[in-house]
Design a protein around this ligand. Structure first.
Ligand SMILES: NC(=O)c1ccc[n+]([C@@H]2O[C@H](COP(=O)([O-])OP(=O)(O)OC[C@H]3O[C@@H](n4cnc5c(N)ncnc54)[C@H](O)[C@@H]3O)[C@@H](O)[C@H]2O)c1
Length: 351
């Protein structure tokens, strides 16, 4: 079987998570790595901190056979990698993404794809121009076992029509976690609204399509400089259903991470929370759905396995996302930020 070669940019929380996943995937090898921090290039990730999952960062990563660069543009120009995987702070995604596509590489880019709508327009054009090259993003919740299974259950029609849905993502504060504390700098991260809550915005769009308008409330500057640190949104699909999501990183560091949902349907309620993932049927029966391959326990494992398989098989990746669907959900979250800022309902203007 053909070996798929990866060049990774950024070895912080997400880069080190991807690194370990690639190392465990058969017929996938990391051939190049770039990071502005030379310490990371030695495999030392002892200072890396994440808010959910990840690995044991006290154990150095094995860099054997990996060409290392402090200049990622140099890496893109020189590597024979099939895939460039971008795991740097959000404002730096687009520059590497554009360079990698121009160099004829397949690209996997972490979310949020970019920091603003101007960068999004540039990316959209570059992705459309990159014929024959594959592109996926780290919108991992679409591939997350419980979320993916919930969508499949609802799409099957077994539980009837959705009546209301609530999605929630509450992280402990990420103050102090990242390179130059960039999450706390609104200009860089876009606050919890863009960085964290986007996951649920994206899943709402994945599950229900394009909302016409959004009504959001938020609070700024609780933990970050002036970012929206907690946001709540009602999505208007013009069909009378109440679809809401909220996300924030206001809580102190000792508060556990929560990602949860409750989707009330005609015949049953599909729910993920501290009690686990269950379907609660109206007649009282409670089921625990099978979420699939336990050897791929997270959306991160599933999305990277799928993307490397697609590149190996020269098959367009379309299982969980298309570029247009990712551009749409980013447009929706930008409308949410506008709504929370102006305190008005905002109509979403799709391109
Ligand atoms: N999909 C998810 O669940 C998920 C989770 C966390 C973070 N993320 C996203 O992943 C991206 C990275 O976040 P993180 O938590 O790993 O951040 P981090 O601060 O932990 O890591 C960033 C890494 O990039 C390096 N870096 C900074 N500027 C660079 C540049 N110009 N060129 C090359 N390297 C550079 C830093 O030295 C650091 O090693 C962000 O876009 C973030 O939103 C996604």
């Amino acid at each position: 079987m053909k070996e798929v070669k990866v060049g990774l940019i950024g070895l912080g929380f997400m880069g080190s998570t991807h690194f370990r996943i690639y190392k465990d995937l058969p017929n996938v090898s990391i051939v190049a790595l770039a990071d502005v921090d030379p310490v990371k290039l030695t495999g030392d990730v002892s200072k890396v901190i994440g808010n959910i999952g990840g690995g044991d960062n006290s154990i150095p990563l094995d860099m054997t056979g990996i060409a290392t660069y402090t200049d990622a543009f140099e890496m893109i120009a020189n590597t024979d990698a099939d895939i460039i995987d971008i795991c740097v702070p959000t404002p730096f995604h687009s520059q590497y993404l554009l360079a990698a596509l121009k160099a004829g590489k397949n690209v996997f880019c972490e979310k949020p794809l970019c920091r603003n709508l101007e960068q999004l327009a540039e990316i959209r054009n570059a992705v459309k121009a990159a014929n024959g090259r594959f592109f996926n993003t780290g919108m991992c919740v679409r591939a997350w076992p419980e979320y993916d299974t919930a969508k499949n259950i609802i799409d099957s029609g077994a539980v009837g029509e959705v009546k209301s849905a609530l999605f929630r993502r509450l992280s402990p504060s990420v103050d102090g976690n990242a390179w130059q504390n960039w999450f706390m700098n609104e200009e860089m991260s876009g606050g919890a609204a863009l960085d964290l809550h986007l996951h649920d915005t994206d899943f709402v769009c994945h599950m229900f399509g394009r909302p016409q308008a959004v009504s959001s409330f938020g609070v700024r500057g609780v933990t970050s400089d002036n970012g929206i640190d907690h946001i709540m949104t009602a999505y208007d699909f013009g069909n009378g259903k109440l679809i809401t999501a909220e996300g924030g990183w206001c809580a102190p560091g000792n508060v556990p991470f929560e990602m949860s949902f409750q989707i009330v349907c005609e015949k049953a309620t599909v729910k993920l929370d501290g009690a686990g993932f269950h379907v609660y049927w109206n007649d009282g029966k409670i089921e625990t759905p099978d979420t699939g391959d336990a050897s791929l326990p997270t959306g991160w494992h599933r999305e990277l396995k799928y993307f490397t398989d697609c590149v190996r098989d020269n098959a367009t990746p379309d299982r969980w996302q298309t570029p247009d669907s990712i551009f749409d959900s980013l447009t929706v979250v930008m409308a949410e930020i506008e709504s929370a800022t102006t305190k008005k309902t905002v109509e979403v203007k799709y391109v």
